[in-house]
Ligand binder design. Structure first.
Ligand code: SF4
Ligand code: SF4
Length: 97
């Protein structure tokens, strides 16, 4: 048992982060190219992609939650997802003490 478990503490993954919504869209999704493979749904660590009627759908508020890992872009073999990094200081901003 770890020290955290012994003391009943929970790890807060956002304890050293701040959410600063990106000023504009940085993920573009082309539903016409989506084959419904679910790759983006499976790989997104923030659970921002959902399947609906055989196609992927990105959460409307993704700019406030996306960790900018780019995994959905890499996982999509059909080219339905385009990703560019948002401006620095926006998105999930990590603070290091
Ligand atoms: S970039 Fe990462 S966190 Fe953001 S939507 Fe894609 S897989 Fe999810
Ligand atoms: S990875 Fe691409 S093709 Fe597969 S469900 Fe997601 S958007 Fe559609």
């Amino acid at each position: 048992m770890s020290r955290k478990e012994e003391h009943g503490e929970k790890l807060d993954k956002f304890a050293l982060s701040e959410i600063v919504p990106a000023p504009s869209d940085f993920i573009l999704f082309d539903a016409e190219k989506c084959t419904g493979c679910s790759g983006c749904v499976i790989i997104c660590p923030m659970d921002l992609w959902k399947m609906r009627e055989g196609r992927a759908r990105l959460e409307a508020d993704y700019r406030e939650k996306c960790m900018e890992c780019g995994s959905c872009f890499i996982a999509c073999e059909s080219g339905a997802i385009d990703f560019t990094y948002p401006p620095g200081g926006s998105g999930v901003v990590y603070k290091f003490a």
